[in-house]
Design a protein around this ligand. Sequence first.
Ligand SMILES: *[C@@H]1O[C@H](CO)[C@@H](O)[C@H](O)[C@H]1NC(C)=O
Ligand SMILES: *[C@@H]1O[C@H](CO)[C@@H](O)[C@H](O)[C@H]1NC(C)=O
Ligand SMILES: *[C@@H]1O[C@H](CO)[C@@H](O)[C@H](O)[C@H]1NC(C)=O
Length: 487
Amino acid sequence: MAKDPVAGFSFRRLCSIVSVLCAWSFVSFIYWCRRYGPCSYSLYPKMEQQQNQINDLLTFPSAWNQLVFSSNPPPKFLKIALFVKKWPHKSQAGGLERHALTLHLALAKKGHELHIFTTSPPNSSFPTYPLSNLCFHLSKPTAAGYLDQALVWKLFQTQNSTRRPFDVIHTESVGLLHTRSRNQSNLAVTWHGIAYETIHSDIIQELLRSPKEPQGYAFTERLTKVVEEVRFFPSYAHHVATSDHVGDVLKRIYMIPDERVHIILNGVDEEIFKPDIVKGKDFKQKFGVPESKTLVLGMAGRLVKDKGHPLMFEALKQMLQENDAFRQSVVVLVAGNGPWGARYRDLGSNVLVLGPLEQAQLADFYNAIDIFVNPTLRAQGLDHTLLEAMLSGKPVMATRLASITGSVVVGPEVGYTFSPTIASLKKTLYRVWDDGRGDLKQKGQAAKQRGLQLFTATKMAAAYERLFLCLSNNEKNGDNYCQYQTP
Ligand SMILES: *[C@@H]1O[C@H](CO)[C@@H](O)[C@H](O)[C@H]1NC(C)=O
Ligand SMILES: *[C@@H]1O[C@H](CO)[C@@H](O)[C@H](O)[C@H]1NC(C)=O
Ligand SMILES: *[C@@H]1O[C@H](CO)[C@@H](O)[C@H](O)[C@H]1NC(C)=O
């Protein structure tokens, strides 16, 4: 007997309708549940922990960048002392100097009175700024290039005793040594690399060392350095960690009480680093990037061993040799200079070495690329280039170092991470290539969102301003700068 085709059809159809309905209601349940409460699990740590009211900001355990501080003029103008070994000549400077420049210019622009104690440059030229409330106190560096502590302390005290005393003292790393910082309760130090972090770099460098090279920094010496730091760090009243990881290490390994450790992630100028499609196109044209290339990788910074360039060089060399399709579709833009610049040139027309770029050109460079790659081996501080790329709307690919995975590339939605080995680097580069421009654009959007939420210079300056206000808090005057209320 023949099967009844109509009945069979409708049964199957019913089945599929039911399963579609079922799947739909399951998905909407999950969506509703995650959005409105009952399911509190999350695949990634939540980017923003909404806090409406905090009674003591000094005990806030996460990055202050997450909080929203009022952009109104400050409730009071502070007199701030900064100790920094060197004041950068140009905005190209990296790390600590860049941080000092961005942050303190922003605070001066907000109207605070800034006194910067730093070394005089070897020649007589020193940058000038059109801000009457920004005052430099230069002194001759010691033979080793440090701030002459006795001298700067004298300069500081002269300033402190004439007119009004300082409200707060800030030191970039050991600009002001612990022997001087002791007993100053309104003092904060910002760390841009601590010895404990560097152990990771030591391990990587040792693994990558060829038998011909001499061994680098001895491990026992590094451990001694960590122990030294654990001993002298408590002489600083307040500590600012520039990444979530360092915040954790300062509390857990350096044993500094929680209420003296504050996390304020680095920020970069969002007026300079922002998406601009036209500028990106012009940049590609100017440097002769062929339209046929469907993936543009970008790297920027000093082209030295520490920054992982030997590893990247080897990975690219192998990939360009072994894979024709990769060679035909990929171009790598390398900004910056250093010994590895010339070696990259040897890789042929797939790699364009651009030399060092001015800040405005660097902003265009980020717009020209599809993804920013930073193979750094230095596990110190929070790299500015990654933040610049994200604010420009680009996904990033970086080494799996704790500060990066903990604060920047926190999940696959904003980029990729790899272990510092040639195999892992190649595998990840092939992943990026496979995912292609469409996926990268999407990740770039998420990267920009995260960047705007956390890594703008405005956010960083607002967080420091609030910390400094809180350190100068005078409850007798009715000040409540250590309390936080969502504006
Ligand atoms: C002065 O020194 C700085 C760095 O120390 C350098 O960048 C600058 O070009 C020098 N200026 C002159 C006029 O030599
Ligand atoms: C700065 O001046 C104030 C007010 O005179 C004083 O209390 C404070 O101890 C001075 N700070 C230093 C480090 O000398
Ligand atoms: C800091 O204070 C302690 C006691 O509170 C004192 O013994 C010490 O001499 C002070 N150190 C400095 C450098 O003023």
